[in-house]
Design a protein around this ligand. Structure first.
Ligand SMILES: NC(=O)c1ccc[n+]([C@@H]2O[C@H](COP(=O)([O-])OP(=O)(O)OC[C@H]3O[C@@H](n4cnc5c(N)ncnc54)[C@H](O)[C@@H]3O)[C@@H](O)[C@H]2O)c1
Ligand SMILES: [Zn+2]
Length: 336
């Protein structure tokens, strides 16, 4: 296990790379610990929770809602959780988002940590301190920014992750490569999903590289005034599609990235949008879907990143380098 400490504006986070979930006991120490997980992770890794206080949530984005928060709070009270209790979210992004949010409001905030179990949570959702829930069709409408104290990475947990969820994780990895890391982009082009599923060392290195990439971006701009916005590459349209159609987050942002890359070729001189679409396809992600322009534009108008009649859109100048461009809703509509 390799420990690295990262400082954010008003807290620091201990990252444990190449760890094992069983080592969480030694990391947390003597504090009373309550684990929060979901039913799938509990079913796949039940023995890790033996003799532990554990709250098991229903799995899936549709349960990342206030009702789940209420239920966790009730169970915490029942378990007599107090200000010294540590909450550890063991799961995908749904579990980490709910855990971080509850820990931030329960008794005005208690210590929390994550053991991300999905690829997406390892490279993205567990990092950066954004925690929250959905309200109706609006994703992450309610929440807080507060950093976990502990992040333990155990890539061996991914052995039970369904292939579709691997692909969702790779959507965020390809996003990172596209906006910040041309070298990683080329590595991804040379390998494929099966390669990373088989090669433990390479997978662990990839997880680490992505976790560090996101960490650096967040450290430089924790409250999303500038560079952190680049992480929204593919997400503006992606979120709108995800809310309207039966697409996973990874599929939706994959289509969003394909669209943003084509727009980058049109408006920002990107030479090779086809390399982005090619890489997404290589990792089993869609790059196109039929959608209703008006419906999608209506959701975009409600997007948090929108100001008045324009929207901050993330485009690529080249592979590995992104920038923010203000685009009018009208211009976007015409290009959909
Ligand atoms: N806070 C942030 O900064 C941030 C960033 C990106 C995404 N997110 C959020 O993360 C969520 C998506 O995360 P996700 O893709 O991990 O979704 P998820 O938590 O729904 O997990 C995906 C599925 O995989 C299952 N699963 C997870 N780990 C497993 C394992 N090891 N073995 C078997 N099954 C496993 C889960 O039960 C679930 O069915 C969204 O709600 C999104 O908004 C948050
Ligand atoms: Zn995302």
């Amino acid at each position: 296990m390799i420990r690295k400490k990262f400082h954010f504006s008003n807290s620091s986070v201990n990252y444990y790379f190449e760890g094992r979930i069983s080592q969480i006991r030694q990391v947390v120490g003597a504090a009373k610990t309550i684990f929060i997980t979901d039913e799938n992770v509990f079913a796949a890794h039940g023995k890790q929770f033996k003799n532990r206080n554990v709250i098991v949530l229903k799995a899936g984005e549709e349960h990342k809602i206030q009702a789940a928060v209420d239920s966790v709070i009730e169970q915490l009270i029942e378990m007599e959780a107090d200000r010294k209790t540590v909450l550890i979210g063991v799961g995908g992004g749904v579990v980490t988002d709910i855990t971080g949010y509850v820990a931030s409001i329960y008794m005005r905030g208690i210590v929390f940590g994550f053991v991300p179990t999905s690829l997406l949570a390892m490279v993205d959702a567990s990092i950066g301190g954004k925690n929250g829930i959905d309200v109706g069709v609006y994703k992450n409408m309610v929440g807080v920014i507060r950093q976990p104290s502990i992040l333990l990475f155990d890539p061996s947990l991914l052995q039970t992750l369904p292939d579709d969820e691997w692909r969702n994780g790779f959507a965020e990895i390809i996003k990172h490569a596209s906006i910040k890391d041309g070298t990683m982009f080329r590595q991804l082009e040379q390998n494929d999903l099966k390669f990373y599923q088989k090669k433990k060392k390479e997978l662990s290195a990839l997880v680490q590289r992505n976790a560090l990439l996101k960490t650096r971006v967040v450290q430089q701009d924790e409250f999303e005034q500038g560079d952190r916005k680049l992480l929204n590459f593919g997400h503006t349209l992606g979120h709108a599609l995800e809310n309207q159609y039966d697409l996973s987050h990874g599929q939706a942002i994959s289509i969003g990235m394909a669209y943003a890359s084509k727009l980058s070729q049109k408006l920002a001189g990107l030479q090779n949008a086809d390399r982005v679409t090619g890489l997404l396809s290589k990792y089993g992600l869609p790059t196109f879907t039929e959608f209703d322009r008006d419906k999608v534009i209506n959701v975009l108008k409600m997007d948090k990143k929108k100001t008045k009649d324009s929207i901050n859109f993330i485009l690529l100048e080249k592979i590995g380098k992104a920038f923010i461009k203000k685009i009018s809703i009208q211009q976007l509509y015409e290009n959909l």
